[in-house]
Design a protein around this ligand. Structure first.
Ligand code: PEP
Ligand code: CO
Length: 451
């Protein structure tokens, strides 16, 4: 059932195999959680999702760039003013670097306000010699390594909604209430970032932005009334993994009669749940938000075209984003055939590079990490593949935190293997710290200029 067909309803997916769903502890409690979610107000509204789709259409047509970034998995414990503000700072810094560096509008989408659930390759994991159900995110259970803590508790679906609502509320306040004001461009540079080479490069860029603002003022432009200098849009996104969460938050828009998943502005389908006959693709085919799909190294050109046909049959620019996560080694070979096949099918798609998820390695001590050089190598391969085919490298999708963690190796003021234990705090995948994220933004701005 495709977008626009009358037979689609939010529960249509229930007849199909749904991968990666937790084994909820109690069916009645699950039904009660769904009912509760159905009664709660939407977190975003349809008009906003349409505005994002319009912005993504600009990316699709090569006139803008998408920056999608945030945590691998958000923690309920980190729904605090400080943690949200620090993440926003890095996002604002990266976006200033990309916008100024490439002189293009940057569409900012956070992995935020709902990125609480994880798919896992293995159903169980061993922690300190004890075999446990793998951690699937705070919207399912606690990360504590005991069997009792890992029971999937449906009440957490409702808690997830409230944590998303608090996060989104503060995000809206920060982005519309003055914190994202471009005249504050210097204040987004935190101390531990500012002392690094990338931080100093940022200081110089912030000086230039301030100079440009003063110039505009001097020639008579009224900066005070120019809304875009003082307010920005940061859109929300998460992997639409738990269909028992997404379905009850899916609402019919009173203006158009179309269905929107009002848990976030953009939802993406993960690498493990993108099978064409599965529940996730069926569900999101009927939801009118902009949709993303991860494409890993196993994705064939035929898979990409079939997904594009299924999820964007009306060929609407901005409706569909493909997030390629192919690996530094594979991207140069694997990406061009995908780009060509989708172009030949004449289906408009935004192409984004996730240089994180196919570049995971383990250190001898068993820590999951990613090397900054591999991340950059995949990004370079992504830009080179687009240059070869003549398509638009539409954006990047990364995992970062605002904190000074040591989870990924290398980068600005390189993190070394012995330092990994120092501040390894992620609940799931290793994230770039604030310095590494800024370093990456400067290098991507160079790649964009060259494109
Ligand atoms: C993720 O984005 O955190 C993730 C699990 O990605 P993928 O589906 O690409 O493996
Ligand atoms: Co991840």
């Amino acid at each position: 059932m495709a977008v626009g067909e009358q037979t689609w309803v939010p529960s249509s997916w229930r007849d199909l195999p749904a991968r990666q769903q937790p084994e909820w502890s109690d069916e009645n409690a699950l039904a009660a959680a769904r009912e509760r979610l159905r009664a709660l107000p939407p977190l975003v509204f349809a008009g906003e999702a349409r505005a994002l789709q319009t912005a993504l259409a600009e990316v699709c047509e090569g006139r803008a760039f998408l920056l999608q970034a945030g945590d691998c998995v958000e923690s309920f414990h980190e729904v605090t003013a400080v943690a949200i503000r620090e993440k926003l700072k890095v996002l604002l810094q990266m976006s200033a670097v990309l916008t100024y560096g490439a002189t293009l509008p940057v569409v900012k989408v956070g992995r935020i306000a709902g990125q609480f659930a994880k798919p896992r390759s293995e159903p169980v994991e061993v922690v300190d010699g004890v075999e446990l159900p793998s951690f699937r995110g705070h919207v399912v259970h606690s990360e504590e390594p005991t069997p009792a803590a890992r029971i999937a508790d449906p009440d957490r679906l409702v808690q997830g909604y409230y944590h998303a609502a608090s996060t989104l509320n503060l995000l809206r306040a920060f982005t519309k209430g003055g914190y994202a004001d471009l005249t504050l461009v210097h204040t987004w540079n935190r101390e531990f970032v500012a002392s690094s080479p990338a931080g100093q490069q940022y200081e110089a860029l912030a000086d230039e932005i301030e100079k440009a603002l003063r110039f505009m003022q001097a020639i008579g432009i009224d900066l005070a009334t120019e809304r875009t200098l003082h307010e920005i849009d940061v859109w929300t996104s998460h992997e639409g993994l738990l269909l028992d969460y997404e379905e009850p938050l899916t609402r019919q828009d009173s203006l158009t009669g179309q269905w929107y998943d009002c848990s976030a502005h953009l939802l993406w389908i993960g690498e493990r749940t993108r099978d064409l006959d599965g529940a996730h693709v069926a569900f999101f085919s009927g939801v009118h938000n902009p949709i993303g799909v991860k494409l890993g190294p196993a994705a064939t050109p035929a898979d990409a075209v079939a997904l594009a046909e299924r999820l964007n049959p009306d060929r609407i620019p901005g409706r569909l984003t493909f997030i390629a996560r192919l690996g530094a080694e594979e991207v140069r070979e694997a990406l061009p055939p995908l780009l060509r096949a989708v172009r030949e099918a004449e289906i408009p798609v935004v192409w984004v590079c996730d240089p994180m998820h196919a570049n995971l390695v383990r250190t001898p001590s068993g820590r999951k990490t990613r090397h900054f050089d591999s991340i950059m190598a995949e990004l370079q391969g992504f830009f080179a593949a687009h240059r070869e085919v003549g398509t638009w490298p539409g954006g990047i999708h990364i995992e970062f935190t605002g904190e000074d963690v040591t989870e990924c190796l290398g980068g600005s003021e390189a993190v070394s293997e012995v330092q990994l234990d120092h501040r390894y705090e992620t609940l799931c995948d290793p994230r770039l710290n604030g310095r590494q994220s800024l370093d990456l933004a400067f290098r991507v701005a160079d790649l964009m200029r060259a494109a």
